[in-house]
Design a protein around this ligand. Structure first.
Ligand code: AP5
Ligand code: MG
Ligand code: ZN
Length: 216
């Protein structure tokens, strides 16, 4: 069965962590709009600087640009067997645009897991998040833990995302509540939403997520 999955959840809810597990399980591409913008911001260009400033303020990149980059990615042949969208859509116009672009390529969303985590836990989670510079693996580490990737074939150095400072996280959570949480009822009305308790351990969340996907 084809899985075309939209991961919904606040900043730090565990979307990226669980998407990495789903990639192993289903061998379909992980499309993270945040990762695509982090690649764009690395470029020494006017667009890169504009995207960096928006991300570091905790705001959203304009819909038009966001929709364009996701549409380009979804039209690639590897998405024909399904995909995991992570961080997109995040606004009502993005959700409408996604429905339209999928219709045009003869696809449809099969399930929308919503990882629910109380906002007070998110700031703490994101303060402890470290990401590998080389392979992108994500870790939750305390101040005394070594900041080196644990994958034996990688051993890359780890960095903290500039938008994970507590003030920016608070803003990102507000933006989620205002702009993205309306999508919970958007997908629930279409019978696609599956709420999952994202406060369980990573493995427990995975079990619940796979069960929700299998029931589709
Ligand atoms: P994006 O990169 O999408 O960030 P986000 O949605 O804010 O989500 P995060 O990546 O912070 O959290 P996550 O849910 O992936 O959590 P993770 O698995 O890492 O977007 C960044 C920015 O780009 C936006 O602010 C915006 O500016 C722009 N942007 C992106 N998409 C856009 C769009 N569509 N429209 C407009 N602008 C857009 O986990 C977090 C931490 O918790 C990790 O340390 C992890 O190890 C730990 N953890 C995970 N699960 C558990 C668990 N079950 N128990 C304990 N710890 C856990
Ligand atoms: Mg993420
Ligand atoms: Zn690594």
């Amino acid at each position: 069965m084809k899985n075309s999955i939209v991961m919904l959840g606040a900043p730090g809810a565990g979307k990226g962590t669980q998407a990495a597990v789903l990639v192993q399980q289903f061998h379909i591409p992980h499309i993270s709009s945040g990762d695509m913008f982090r690649a764009i911001r690395k470029s020494d260009s006017e667009l890169g600087r504009r995207v960096a400033a928006i991300m570091d303020s905790g705001a959203l990149v304009p819909d038009e640009l966001t929709i364009q980059i996701v549409q380009d990615r979804l039209s690639k042949p590897d998405c024909q067997t399904g995909f995991i969208l992570d961080g997109f859509p995040r606004t009502q116009p993005q959700a409408l645009a996604l429905d339209e672009m999928l219709k045009n390529i003869g696809q449809a969303i099969t399930v929308v897991p919503y990882l629910h985590v109380r906002s007070e836990l998110l700031v703490e989670r994101l303060s402890n998040r470290w990401t590998c510079n080389t392979c992108g693996s994500v870790y939750s580490l305390g101040p005394n833990d070594a900041k080196v990737c644990k994958k034996s074939d990688c051993l890359g150095t780890l960095y903290r995302r500039p938008d994970d400072e507590p003030a920016t996280v608070t803003e990102r959570v507000k933006v989620f509540e205002k702009n993205t949480s309306p999508l919970i009822s958007y997908y629930s009305d279409r019978g696609l939403l599956r709420q999952i308790d994202g406060e369980q351990t990573v493995d427990q969340v995975t079990v619940a997520l796979l069960a929700a996907i299998a029931k589709v």
